[in-house]
Design a protein around this ligand. Sequence first.
Ligand code: ATP
Ligand code: MG
Length: 568
Amino acid sequence: MTTETSTPPAGAAPERGDFIREIVAADLRDGKHKTIVTRFPPEPNGYLHIGHVKAISINFGIARDFGGRCHLRFDDTNPTKEEQEYIDHIQEDIHWLGFDWGGHLYYASDYFEQLYQWAVYLIKAGKAYVDDLTADEIREHRGTLTEPGRHSPFRDRSIEENLDLFERMRAGEFPDGARVLRARIDMSSPNINLRDPVLYRILHADHPRTGDAWCIYPMYDFAHGQSDAIEGITHSLCSLEFEIHRPLYDWFIENLPVPARPRQIEFARLNVTYTVLSKRVLLRLVNDGFVRGWNDPRMPTIAGMRRRGFPAEGLRDFVAGVGVAKADNVIEFGQLEHAVRDVLNRTALRRFAVLDPLKVVIENYPEGQVEEMEVVNNPEDPSAGTRKVPFRRELWIEREDFMEEPPAKFFRLAPGREVRLRSAYFVTCTRVVKDAAGEVVELRCTYDPATRGGDSPDGRKPKATLHWISAAHATTAEVRLYDHLFTRPDPGAGGDLFADLNPNSETVLPGCQVEPTLADMPAGETVQFERLGYFCLDSDSTPGHPVFNRTLTLKDTWAKLQAQGRQG
Ligand code: ATP
Ligand code: MG
């Protein structure tokens, strides 16, 4: 069964040679840096998602490949949205993915005093001022892409007055929103980020780490690059939406006495069809009860995908396959499934489970007899060995494996027809038992004792092989089938994201029958239910009531389309 704790092998990454690695390699070659230091900087305002897996793999992967290190830094500058719960889960998820920051765990809040001092430094240099305009007025003064901004009437305050007001902002004299500190750069810059950006705002809010020590908090832009510089980050790798922030990033580095000069490099954000990767939206799905929580198996979060049964290796392989490019694009969800299926096909043990049970009674099989059938655990991995599965007179098979009046292409069980029960015997349906409503409730069959193990000495080959479970040995399980959370590949493109939620994204099957070995499988393990797909034991399971999530079906439509594309 798949347990994922391994670290990805160094140097084996197929994403080698991307444009960021080329820059890093050149910086080492030219002696610009001796050691590469990167960082992954999540804001603890939600759980990590598949997009973060890309950022984590790039930052930790590059540090690993070049013998450097990668810091984990929480960008905890907005206490109204950040929580300790998120801080804890983010760490757990990165470890589970197979990456480690060693001792290098940092928080932007560790630098609050230093950042404050640097703000004072800018004021003294005449490069920052306290503005009394409201947020709306500031927005109005900012101008547009085609129109320059206008100066605030407070822009030319004296240095003394600015120092005094900023100190009093820190001391808590003013209410939220009364004043901000702004950089004094250029209100007519074509880059709106340079039109006197806000550096500090007043927020009388308790912070998960600094408590009530502060009532002014730095903006992301003022905290990020300086935190990079303090930690000696050499390459600050982030997604493309930060590209237009880079001139401001560089402005701070140039105008402050920082101890290092990190370089920001942007890569394309990961987008996946049928998926939304915005923490704001994911939070709403959780809060409004559309899903069972941040770790709901339908969520694109690491915690959700893990609960769904996606192995860490599959997630790493997926983002490696996507690569590191500079242009935004949308990746098919099927490509993610393909990467996961590839790992599971190699590693997942095969088991018997019946989702929609139909009783079979083998009339010529002795009452009370039990045979232990030897069944292969994983045909892809001989070292996984075999197991014993009990066979008796009464069995469960899948209801859809029987048709009373089969159409031409249906080769499975039907009246008078013989099929193979995997690793057991050939059976022939002799009679159909129905209830008063005409519903098929039981099949009467006979078996051929000469076919034990699933082969006939006379070379007979049934056209179908079915999975089965001894009714007396089976455990009843709840199985949850999952489908996309959204109905359209581009959720929200029609105007209302929440109208695109898939009402059938979860189907609960309460009365499934599973092999006895599955009852005591550890939660979080993923197996293949033969002929049905991959399934993972859910943490909602209780003794005597196992719950399984369908991780994936067996059908790899994506790979098939790729193959056709290559031919055509
Ligand atoms: P929000 O959804 O609120 O915009 P975010 O997903 O950007 O937040 P952060 O915590 O700021 O969350 O992200 C941490 C890092 O992860 C950033 O450096 C960001 O570049 C990267 N990142 C976030 N989303 C993606 C994505 N879809 N693809 C690649 N990298 C991403
Ligand atoms: Mg962000």
